[in-house]
Design a binder for this molecule. Structure first.
Ligand code: NAP
Length: 247
């Protein structure tokens, strides 16, 4: 693989789970990393762990749903690192409920973080990425955005919206040598899926041809590839990483 060593990556929702695994993968590839999350303490801990891998990693506490805060955040990261080249929009939450019971607040919160958060970060990153004439935007969607799920109408809408945004961003920025792709994870072992009862996890494993839930590293490996030079002719795509569950 040609090297992306020395590139600056911004990863949101990076303190733990899939985001943290993505940071570790990009650190292995010798990228410098802006670790962004709402959780101050965990963000600092993750950035400190990454720094031990011999790259520059800095923690930034920010809520991706806050438009002004995100614009300031990207200015600060650009000043601190001198450039921004890779953006991984990973921050996301669930507030599950059946439509009949779903509150306006549950709808608004999920759309604000999962969907508007991606808009806020992509908009803030566009100018620095265009300046480089090289860039990678990788949006973490979900198989739920592709197939829908009872009890996750808000989450499915946000993740399907990310796919539309990914394709539009890809078309707008391609002329500047910036690619934008989405990854749609299946069920991955993190705090988000820890909430599922054991019987539900068993049922899911039976549905997955590879017979296991995914590891955060399975998603991180796909990010590593899409960020690489080898993926330079891939844009506007949705890469499903789910052990074969949706095909
Ligand atoms: P996770 O363990 O809950 O990690 C998500 C991280 O994002 C947490 O540190 C969280 O902080 C942070 N975050 C939440 N709201 C934020 C905000 N407003 N601004 C900045 N950071 C925020 O979840 P995960 O399983 O790693 O999921 C990562 C991404 O993958 C999400 O977009 C998720 O939808 C997607 N995904 C996950 C799965 C899965 O099976 N796990 C499947 C498909 C897609 P808090 O802890 O404070 O909330």
């Amino acid at each position: 693989m040609s090297s992306i060593a020395g590139k600056t990556a911004v990863v949101t929702g990076a303190a733990r789970g899939i985001g943290k695994a993505i940071c570790k993968k990009l650190a292995e590839l010798k990228c410098n990393i802006a670790v962004v999350d709402v959780l101050a303490e965990d963000t600092e801990k993750t950035a400190a762990e990454l720094s031990e891998l011999g790259i520059s990693a800095k923690p930034y506490q920010c809520d991706v749903s806050d438009y002004s805060a995100v614009q300031e955040l990207f200015k600060k990261i650009n000043d601190d690192f001198g450039k921004i080249e890779i953006v991984v929009n990973n921050a996301g939450i669930t507030r599950d409920n059946l439509i009949i019971k779903m509150s306006e607040e549950e709808w608004d919160k999920v759309i604000a973080i999962n969907l508007k958060g991606v808009f806020n970060c992509t908009k803030a990153a566009t100018r620095p990425l265009m300046k480089n004439r090289w860039g990678r935007i990788i949006n973490i969607s979900s198989v739920i955005g592709v197939m829908g799920n009872a009890g996750q109408l808000n989450y499915a809408a946000s993740k399907a919206g990310i796919i539309g945004m990914t394709k539009s961003t890809a078309k707008e920025l391609a002329a500047r040598n910036i690619t934008c792709n989405a990854i749609a994870p299946g069920f991955i072992k993190t705090a988000m899926t820890d909430k599922l009862p054991e019987t539900e996890k068993q049922k899911l494993e039976n549905l997955i041809p590879l017979k296991r839930l995914g590891e955060p590293e399975d998603i991180a490996n796909a990010v590593g590839f899409l960020a690489s030079e080898e993926a330079s002719y891939i844009t506007g795509q949705v890469l499903i990483v789910d052990g074969g569950m949706v095909m």
